[in-house]
Design a protein around this ligand. Structure first.
Ligand code: MRU
Length: 342
């Protein structure tokens, strides 16, 4: 059973504070847009599709108190809420996709009363959640076709239920493969600096009874050379028109290593993670986070407190290094511009 990562309950957004996992499973409920902004910024809610859902529900709570009587005035309030939510994290395009979709839903109903539009916006946000659930299941089924019985699989960061409304993208493929009776062995990069692999992915995989082994990020090359890895499965935060894909920092390292060791490298992501407005990964905005995330581990200082730090949260894997992109509409192969699904 997937965890309920983010839902709408009793007029509030209910989400897991992922910063406390795996030690504590704590749910937070809020109808305060500032609290939600902080939750996205601090990675209490994280992972591209989940951030998109947070954005859509955030618009609902953001416009709830709007006193606007005309559509134009209401649209201004909506755009203020949307602009604010969009300032939380720049890379996952699902956030901007969801915010635009909410604005479109309002625009398409401009002739209705403000009260009616508010109701329509809640329905639209719930539809985004439903669609995410369906696309997780579809990606899982397409991806599982590529997984052979006995496969040794490496993954990075967390592209599981904690990053979506259902059981994830890359991890969904693993859950579905297990459901089909395939035996798999999964290696998980710890994913410094914030350890999403160690804290979240291992937790999710072990809950489902999957054979899980945690490695430090710098062990991947040795693992590929010595023990052998059959495939790498990762998620994505934004995929450019040419197939270049931004994902958690360290994903690009794995793709380079995969090429050298001739290991297939798959990205699993819904269509809402594609940004067709940008030609290549060079145009993807990369979030740069606070250096203290690198200077510390679980809040404990591990380096001189004034050392300079380089802390980009994501990197871009060039499309040449990606064997295929698994989406809810099928499996895409190069050239990705053709958008021909298998
Ligand atoms: O900084 P995070 O934890 O939000 O980064 C998440 C990732 O990089 C995931 O791999 C990505 O969002 C895909 S989630 C299905």
């Amino acid at each position: 059973m997937p965890v309920e990562t983010i839902t709408w309950k009793n007029g509030k957004i209910r989400f897991i504070d992922q910063t406390l996992l795996p030690h504590k499973l704590k749910y937070v409920s809020t109808d305060d847009i500032h609290r939600l902004w902080r939750a996205i910024k601090r990675l209490e809610i994280r992972g591209a599709p989940a951030i998109g859902i947070a954005g859509a529900l955030g618009v609902v709570i953001g416009i709830r108190t709007s006193k606007a009587k005309t559509f134009d005035r209401f649209l201004k309030d909506l755009q203020n809420a949307s602009g604010y939510l969009g300032s939380s994290r720049p890379t996952a395009v699902n956030l901007f996709w969801a915010l635009k979709r909410m604005e479109r839903a309002a625009g398409d109903n401009r002739s209705k009363s403000v009260a009616e539009i508010k109701h329509i916006l809640l329905k639209e946000a719930l539809k985004i959640i439903d669609e995410d659930m369906t696309s997780c299941r579809r990606m899982a089924r397409f991806g599982s076709r590529l997984v052979k019985h006995g496969s040794r699989i490496l993954t990075h960061c967390n592209a599981g239920g904690l990053a979506t409304a259902d059981y994830g993208t890359a991890l969904g493929v693993l859950f579905e493969s297990k459901r089909q009776g395939k035996t798999i062995k999964v290696y998980v990069d710890e994913t410094r600096p914030l350890l999403q692999g160690a804290r979240l992915t291992t937790w999710e995989l072990m809950r489902e009874g999957i054979d899980t082994t945690l490695i430090c990020d710098n062990m991947a090359a040795s693992l590929m050379a010595k023990d052998g890895i059959d495939m790498i499965l990762v998620g994505a935060d934004r995929i450019a028109y040419n197939g270049d894909a931004a994902n958690k920092i360290g994903t690009y390292n794995l793709a380079v290593l995969a090429k050298y060791h001739k290991i297939p490298f798959y990205v699993v992501a819904p269509i809402s993670t594609f940004d067709f407005n940008i030609k290549s990964g060079k145009e993807i905005p990369i979030e740069e986070r606070n250096g203290d995330e690198v200077r510390t581990v679980s809040g404990k200082l591990i380096a001189p407190k004034n050392v300079k730090v380089y802390n980009p949260s994501f990197d871009v894997t060039p499309h040449e290094l990606i064997t295929a992109i698994i989406t809810e509409d099928g499996i895409l192969r190069k050239p990705y511009e053709n958008k021909r699904y298998e």
